[in-house]
Design a protein around this ligand. Structure first.
Ligand code: RFL
Ligand code: PHB
Length: 403
């Protein structure tokens, strides 16, 4: 079959791109290796920058987000047994963040695409992409996506391919190795995360630095808590019965006045996530454009992965729309450079939050004192807390490639 844009991956990046292109009158087909139910139930991110939430609302897929999203005006840093609030109203020009689960974002986008007649192939197997490197101006070759659906071979011929298939997808590895540079860092720890049927014990997120390791209190709704503790990168979840997880959360999140308590509830989901920073340069090759986790990964401490995927797609949709409207390649050719400018700033922020808040096994007593001094500085200096706040709520979009 033929279409204008072939999209690999029905995560937030792929689905939002398909939706934005549709609003520009551009046709796309999405190829996804998992079932709709699997993608909709996958527990992932929970925090949207205001710009991300606004885009969903402005493009008509934000009705449930407006009803159910929890707007937060600050976060707490907890260290030395005390809490320090970072106030976004005061420090970030009134920008906020919204708690709304990624799986609901994805479900809302599925509804929008399928109601508009969009085509999504689920449970595609053996997906591969072809002829993208050679396609483009002056070439008669067209990029192709091939896969098997219920045992039958299929081929999608398109003008452009968007590689939105996440970190473990096939698009990035299909680019000839000598046309990419990879930058990465793997952290010597992971996060053990739980979803608990318990009301959140704090109205806003709590990021805790503790000598036993980092802990984070987040939430999904007024009845559902999402909590994380720093653990070994290859931690065996079997060694963590619920009681042990709660005991560790109590210890790491405790305040020294003993006044704060953590509400417990049945654990309905748990898992371990590794942590890495990763960037591919450039994010495009011929007629293939990578977006979201396919191109870059951040450690979750800054809550940026999904937001960065949305920022990429915003640029890509505009570049593709300009290409079809005018035939000009300019914005398409600048796609990677425009995105990477933001990607690297967000990488820096995510690395900084991660290194300030986690225990590194190679660190000594000096490093612990230095981390505490840094937290104290962030909590007590307006300039430093403003730096955290403006990055956390989301940096403004910049459309010019870096000089
Ligand atoms: P996704 O979501 O991984 O989607 C990729 C899709 O591609 C499919 N796929 C394929 N399809 C066809 N053929 C193949 N060969 C394929 N291979 C893969 C996959 O099935 C999938 O459906 O990437 P995308 O769209 O770029 O979205 C990125 C986000 O999912 C990710 O960055 C965030 O979840 C990161 N993240 C957070 N981001 C935030 O902005 N705020 C947060 O609060 C936040 N918290 C988190 C997070 C990620 C976490 N984990 C589990 C890594 C918390 C955690 C614990
Ligand atoms: C989440 O709610 O899953 C979450 C929130 C903030 C983070 C990371 C994850 O920094």
């Amino acid at each position: 079959m033929r279409t204008q844009v072939g999209i690999v991956g029905a995560g937030p990046a792929g689905l939002l791109l398909s939706h934005l292109l549709h609003l520009h009158g551009i046709e796309s087909v999405v190829v996804e290796s998992r079932s709709r139910q699997y993608v909709e139930e996958r527990v992932r991110a929970g925090l949207l920058e205001q710009m991300t939430a606004d885009l969903l609302v402005e493009t008509g897929v934000g009705a449930r987000l407006q009803r159910e999203g929890l707007v937060h005006h600050g976060i707490f840093l907890r260290f030395g047994g005390r809490s320090h609030r970072i106030d976004f109203d005061e420090l970030a020009g009134g920008h906020t963040v919204v708690i709304y689960p990624q799986n609901k974002v994805v479900a809302d986008l599925f509804d929008a695409r399928l109601n508009a007649g969009g085509q999504i192939f689920f449970e595609a197997q053996e997906t591969s992409i072809h002829d993208f490197a050679e396609a483009g101006p002056g070439s008669s070759l067209k990029p192709k996506i091939r896969f098997r659906e219920h045992g039958e071979s299929r081929e999608i011929v398109c003008d452009l391919i968007a590689g939105c298939d996440g970190f473990h997808g096939i698009c990035r590895p299909s680019i000839p190795r000598d046309r990419l540079a990879i930058f990465d860092r793997i952290y010597p720890f992971g996060w053990l995360g739980i979803l608990a049927e318990a009301p959140p014990s704090s109205p806003e997120l709590v990021y805790a630095y503790h000598e036993r390791g980092f802990a984070l209190l987040s939430m999904r709704s007024p009845h559902l808590g999402r909590l994380y503790i720093q653990c070994a990168p290859d931690e065996d979840i079997e060694k963590w019965p619920d009681e042990r997880i709660w005991a560790e959360l109590h210890a790491r999140l405790a305040t020294s006045d003993g006044k704060w308590t953590l509400a417990e509830g049945p654990v309905v989901q748990k898992g371990v996530t590794g942590m890495r920073s990763f960037v591919t340069e450039p994010m495009q090759c011929g007629r293939l454009f990578l977006a979201g986790d396919a191109a870059h990964i951040v450690p979750p401490t800054g809550a940026k992965g999904l937001n960065l995927a949305v920022a990429d797609v915003r640029v890509l949709a505009r570049a593709i729309a300009e290409y079809y409207a005018t035939g000009k390649e300019g914005l398409l050719q600048s796609y990677s450079r425009i995105c990477l400018r933001r990607v690297w700033k967000v990488q820096r922020f995510s690395w900084w939050m991660t290194s300030m808040l986690h225990l590194f096994e190679t660190d000594n007593a000096f490093d612990r004192r230095r981390q505490l001094a840094e937290l104290d500085y962030v909590a007590s200096s307006r300039a430093a807390s403003q730096t955290l706040a403006e990055n956390y709520v989301g940096l403004p979009m910049e459309w010019d490639p870096p000089k």
